[in-house]
Ligand binder design. Structure first.
Ligand code: BTN
Length: 266
């Protein structure tokens, strides 16, 4: 299959892209899983681009955009997410849950699916640190940012494929463990997300909660959490609630819906 013909590439972006990068992304496997996948050489942010597309036309459940580079990638809690050329996979997926789906579980569940994909391609145990960082050997290999839009939930997934210039000590990349290509990693992530989401829609929120709990490395850990208000909570992470909140038992019992969490060494 000639995958380049099946990719919709934004021509206005090509001139910004050094020629040597242009042919490195072969999407044959990914397009076999999602023939409608939109590939962009470079974009400010795939989450922003998906939101712009949705403002102009309606898109189906699981509609996806992937980019080989982002120039203004967005991280959680207003941070920047760096996505240099050839070093990371920036993927945004539209999820349109029907009634009855527990929306608070969606980012955690997608994180679980991506952790299964990354375990498969690296041969390592990839697990989810609440809320949705994916860690291998306690180092971050992937971050997820879900944003609510009136057309559905835009779930942005950033996977470190190779070590980026200036990456922190706390980060790792797929290339630390495997020679898997952009297409290998993307196709496996798309496959697991599609399969898991389809199963959840056919089953129940209890199924999704069990998956989320099974892939969490936070449950059972001693943790320190900083809430968006600046408040600090320490204790044992005892559970993830049916609505996705993290329950921490310290001096008091806390239920967090947003926080930065660190696993403390026991
Ligand atoms: C985080 O760990 O802070 C979340 C990072 C999320 C990054 C992804 S890359 C694809 C999508 N587009 C964005 O601008 N951000 C998300």
């Amino acid at each position: 299959m000639d995958s380049t013909k099946r990719c919709r590439i934004r021509l206005d972006n090509l001139q910004l892209w050094p020629l040597r990068y242009r042919w490195t992304v072969n999407l044959e496997k990914s397009l076999a899983i999602d023939p409608e996948l939109v590939f962009l050489d470079s974009i400010d942010s795939t989450n922003l681009e998906l939101a712009r597309l949705l403002a102009g036309s309606s898109k189906p459940d699981l509609f996806a955009i992937v980019a080989a580079q982002q120039t203004s990638g967005k991280g959680r809690l207003g941070r920047t997410w760096v996505s240099e050329p050839e070093s990371s996979i920036s993927l945004s997926i539209l999820l349109r849950p029907g009634d009855g789906i527990e929306q608070g579980l969606i980012p955690l569940f997608i994180g679980s699916m991506v952790s299964i994909a990354l375990s498969g391609v690296t041969g390592q145990t990839a697990q989810v640190k609440w809320p949705n960082d994916i860690l291998i050997e306690e180092k971050k290999v992937c971050g997820i940012l879900s944003e609510l839009s009136e057309h559905g939930i835009i779930t942005g997934i950033g996977i470190n494929l190779r070590t980026q210039e200036g990456a922190p000590e706390t980060a790792c990349s797929v290339s630390d463990f495997s020679q898997a290509s952009f297409d290998d990693v993307l196709s496996e992530a798309l496959f697991q997300i599609r399969a898991g989401w389809t199963k959840w829609l056919a089953m129940s929120n209890e199924f999704a909660l069990q998956v989320v709990r099974d892939s969490s490395s936070t449950i059972g850990s001693e943790v320190r959490a900083i809430l968006p208000s600046g408040e600090e909570v320490t204790g044992t992470a005892v559970s993830i609630e049916p609505d996705g909140r993290l329950q921490i038992q310290g001096a008091d019992l806390h239920q967090l819906s947003a926080a930065d969490v660190w696993h403390l060494r026991n």
